[in-house]
Design a protein around this ligand. Structure first.
Ligand SMILES: *[C@@H]1O[C@H](CO)[C@@H](O)[C@H](O)[C@H]1NC(C)=O
Ligand SMILES: *[C@@H]1O[C@H](CO)[C@@H](O)[C@H](O)[C@H]1NC(C)=O
Length: 301
C-alpha cells in the first residue's frame, strides 16, 4: 500500500515538474529595434513597454514605426533623457526634394505632442482659395493672420532651395504654421488647406540661412503619465537587464527577463526563483505545497 502511494506520489510530482518547467524561450521583448534602443514606455511587440504606446510605436522587421491616422512614419531616434521621439515623413519636402503630400496629423488621443520648436512650412498653397490666407477676427475685433509673420524668413530661405525654386512658385504661396496654430486636433490636412506640399523642421542647426543643414522631420514629446513619473518598477526592471512590459487581464506590470521568464519584481529577484528549472515563483509554490501535502498524507498513513 505504502509503496503504491509513494510511486503514485512520485509520478504525480514528476508530471507536475514536466508540466510546469518552462522552456527557455528567450526574451519576448527586445531591447533594440534595428539600431534604436528600446526602453519604457516603448516596446517591440504586444506585452512590451506601456500599453498606451503600443498602437502608436511598433517594431516590424527591425524598423521602428510611428503611426497616426495620416500614415506611418519611420522613427529616426529616441531621446530618452528629454523624452523626445524624432520621426521623418517620407512624403515631406526638404531642401533636396520637393514632392506632394497629404499632410501630417497626430491622433487627438495619442500620448504625444509637438515639441515647441517644431515648424511646419506649407508649400505651394492657393493664395486665392486657401483658408490659411484668411485672417481670424479676435473678440476685440483686431485681426491676425493664420500664417506666422515671423515665418516669412523660413519661407524665403526654403524657396531658395533648388528643388523648390525650380517649381517657380511665388514665396507668397508658403505659410509657416506652428503646431499651436493647428488646433487641438493637430490636423494638417493639405487638401483642405489647398496646399500641395509641406516641410517639417525641428531646428536650424545654428544655420538659419542654410536650408541644406536644417533638421527636417518632426520632434514629438511624450509623457509617461499625467505626472510624467518614470515608474520605479520599470527602472529597477531595466537595471536588472529586463524589459518592462505588461500582461494579464488588467495589463499589469511585468518584467520580461533575458532568459524568458516574467516576474512582477525584477530579474535579480526573479532569477533566484528561476535558477535551473526556470519556474515562475507561483509554480514553485504550487509544486512545493503539492509535495508537502503528499508528504503529510504519507506520514499520516
Ligand atoms: C512574458 O511577457 C511577455 C510580454 O508581456 C510575453 O510576450 C511572454 O509571452 C511572456 N512569457 C511567458 C513565458 O509567459
Ligand atoms: C486683441 O486680441 C489679441 C489676441 O486675442 C491680442 O493679441 C491683441 O493685442 C488685442 N488687441 C488689442 C488692441 O487689445
Amino acid at each position: 500500500m505504502k509503496i503504491n502511494k509513494i510511486s503514485v506520489n512520485s509520478i504525480i510530482t514528476f508530471t507536475m515538474l514536466i508540466v510546469y518547467v518552462q522552456p527557455a524561450l528567450g526574451q519576448a521583448c527586445q531591447k533594440t529595434c534595428g539600431s534604436i534602443p528600446i526602453k519604457y514606455p516603448f516596446g517591440t511587440g504586444p506585452g512590451c513597454g506601456d500599453p498606451r504606446f503600443q498602437s502608436y510605436v511598433t517594431c516590424n522587421q527591425q524598423q521602428l514605426t510611428f503611426s497616426t491616422h495620416t500614415g506611418c512614419y519611420p522613427v529616426t531616434s529616441i531621446d530618452y533623457n528629454n523624452q523626445v521621439l524624432y520621426i521623418t515623413d517620407p512624403s515631406m519636402s526638404t531642401c533636396s526634394c520637393s514632392q506632394p503630400s497629404k499632410g501630417f496629423s497626430l491622433d487627438w488621443n495619442a500620448p504625444f505632442s509637438f515639441r515647441d520648436d517644431v515648424v511646419f512650412a506649407l508649400l505651394d498653397c492657393s493664395t486665392s482659395a486657401s483658408p490659411i490666407y484668411k485672417s481670424i477676427r479676435a473678440s476685440n475685433s483686431t485681426t491676425f493672420p493664420l500664417c506666422d509673420p515671423q515665418g516669412a524668413s523660413v519661407c524665403s530661405v526654403l524657396y531658395s532651395c533648388q528643388a523648390i525654386s525650380r517649381l517657380n512658385i511665388p514665396v507668397s504661396t508658403c505659410c509657416v504654421y506652428t503646431p499651436v496654430d493647428l488646433g487641438p486636433s493637430f490636423e494638417m490636412d493639405l487638401q483642405k488647406l489647398q496646399c500641395t506640399a509641406y516641410s517639417g523642421l525641428y531646428g536650424f542647426n545654428g544655420q538659419e540661412s542654410n536650408p541644406d543643414a536644417w533638421k527636417y522631420g518632426v520632434a514629438l514629446n511624450y509623457k509617461f503619465n499625467l505626472n510624467n513619473d518614470y515608474p520605479a518598477m520599470c527602472a529597477s526592471c531595466e537595471k536588472s537587464n529586463g524589459v518592462c512590459g505588461y500582461g494579464g487581464p488588467y495589463n499589469s506590470y511585468v518584467c520580461n527577463c533575458p532568459s524568458g521568464f516574467n516576474t512582477s519584481t525584477d530579474c535579480f529577484y526573479g532569477a533566484a526563483w528561476s535558477n535551473g528549472l526556470r519556474f515562475y515563483p507561483w509554480q514553485t509554490g504550487i509544486v512545493l505545497v503539492y509535495s508537502l501535502a503528499w508528504f503529510a498524507i504519507l506520514c499520516a498513513a
